[in-house]
Write a protein that binds this ligand. Structure first.
Ligand code: SAM
Ligand code: FES
Length: 353
């Protein structure tokens, strides 16, 4: 075990069997967490970057079997923020010190490319020192190019699983893994700081799928990797499936920190939902980003991807103070900088947009 962790620490290649062994965790994993934390501190010090999350729409045309806001959930409460509401969330966030705004939502065609582009350019012109991240699902190359041209800096699109057969078990036939992967390569090409990722413990997932997720990430080389445990939602086809494991997620966070030293790695809300100190443990295992919620309190419970989601009742300022405290107690410092990826060359792309 020590030998494999040392290989990861030195950046030497590891075999699929070695990765599987580390993920399975039949050993004392404190050395793994220690090494991952050492790498994170070497690259990013004790800084934890904050991103203000604005959940812009709970409408979605897709039907992912795991997701509480899937189109097929007739009981889901739907809302769509207006551009003025989204802008006012960002203004509130700006005043609290946020310098990154993440606009996330279901795949909602009411948000045309024109609407998204004008939102992005308005945010960028009002708050030029801030980064805008979009997380609005799969789009065409032309749409992504338009968002980039409007000033969007980053895009989050978890690949969900890199394995074709597993993807089929999590999504209806109308959805396609090769298109999702193509979107990620398009985003990279357009110069977005690109985030991929997956749920840990999604139904039918085995260690084999997790290893292929890591291999896909090696191919893509994303600037951000979002992972968090799967959490069941009672109005989905996976209502009876067990939640993912916090321990496996922690080990994966450490493996990712060791294999991708500069990556931006969030301690997700899903971790905090399954375990009271889940986000703090994630930080100690190599994570270096948190995403407090800036959405209006009145809509937060409606963006219900899974059950018992935390931080749905507090105002943004309360969330921020609570997290600041948690980060300090865990031994880190909340950073109010934009928090770009270490090797990110602002504005550079290898294509004309
Ligand atoms: N529509 C955009 C997309 O497809 O990327 C962004 C919104 S989507 C709800 C954001 C992420 O939530 C998904 O990529 C998925 O990994 C995660 N998610 C959805 N349902 C979940 C669940 N039941 N438990 C944990 N995470 C979930
Ligand atoms: Fe579209 Fe979940 S099914 S956001």
């Amino acid at each position: 075990m020590t030998e494999i962790i040392n290989k990861l620490f030195k950046g030497s290649p590891v075999s699929d069997d070695e990765l599987a062994y580390i993920i399975s965790g039949e050993y004392n994993d404190s050395l793994l967490f220690e090494k991952a934390d050492a790498v994170r501190q070497k690259v990013y010090g004790k800084e934890v970057f904050i991103r203000g999350l604005v959940e812009i729409s709970s409408y979605c045309k897709n039907n992912c079997y795991y997701c509480g806001i899937r189109a097929g959930n007739k009981d889901a409460e739907r809302y769509r923020l207006t551009s003025a509401e989204i802008f006012s969330c960002c203004r509130n966030g700006y005043e609290l010190g946020f310098r990154t705004f993440v606009l996330q939502g279901g795949e909602d065609d009411a948000f045309s490319d024109d609407i998204i582009c004008s939102l992005v350019s308005r945010i960028k012109s009002e708050f030029p020192e801030c980064a805008v991240t979009l997380s609005l699902g799969e789009k065409s190359y032309e749409s992504f190019a338009a968002y980039r041209k409007a000033g969007a800096d980053r895009y989050l699109l978890r690949h969900e699983t890199a394995d074709e057969a597993h993807y089929r078990m999590l999504h209806p036939a109308s959805m396609d893994l090769s298109h999702r992967k193509q979107c990620l390569f398009d985003l990279k090409k357009l110069g977005f700081q690109t985030g991929a990722g997956f749920m840990v413990g999604s139904p039918f997932q085995t260690v084999r799928e997790l290893v292929s997720d890591i291999r896909f990430l090696e191919e893509l080389k994303p600037e951000m990797i979002g992972i968090g445990p799967f959490i069941h939602h009672s109005q989905t086809p996976f209502a009876d499936r067990p939640d993912g494991s916090v321990s496996v997620t922690l080990r994966l966070l450490s493996v990712l920190r060791l294999m991708f030293p500069e990556v931006l790695l969030p301690a997700t809300t899903a971790m905090g939902t399954l375990s009271g100190d889940g986000r703090e443990r994630a930080l100690k295992a190599g994570a270096n980003v948190v995403m407090p919620n800036l959405s209006p309190v009145g809509v937060r419970k409606k963006y219900s991807l899974y059950e018992n989601k935390i931080c749905t009742g507090e105002e943004a300022a309360e969330c921020l103070n609570c997290l600041k405290n948690r980060i300090r107690v865990a031994g880190y410092e909340m950073s109010f900088s934009r928090g770009d990826h270490k090797n990110y060359n602002r504005g550079a792309t290898d294509v004309k947009i």
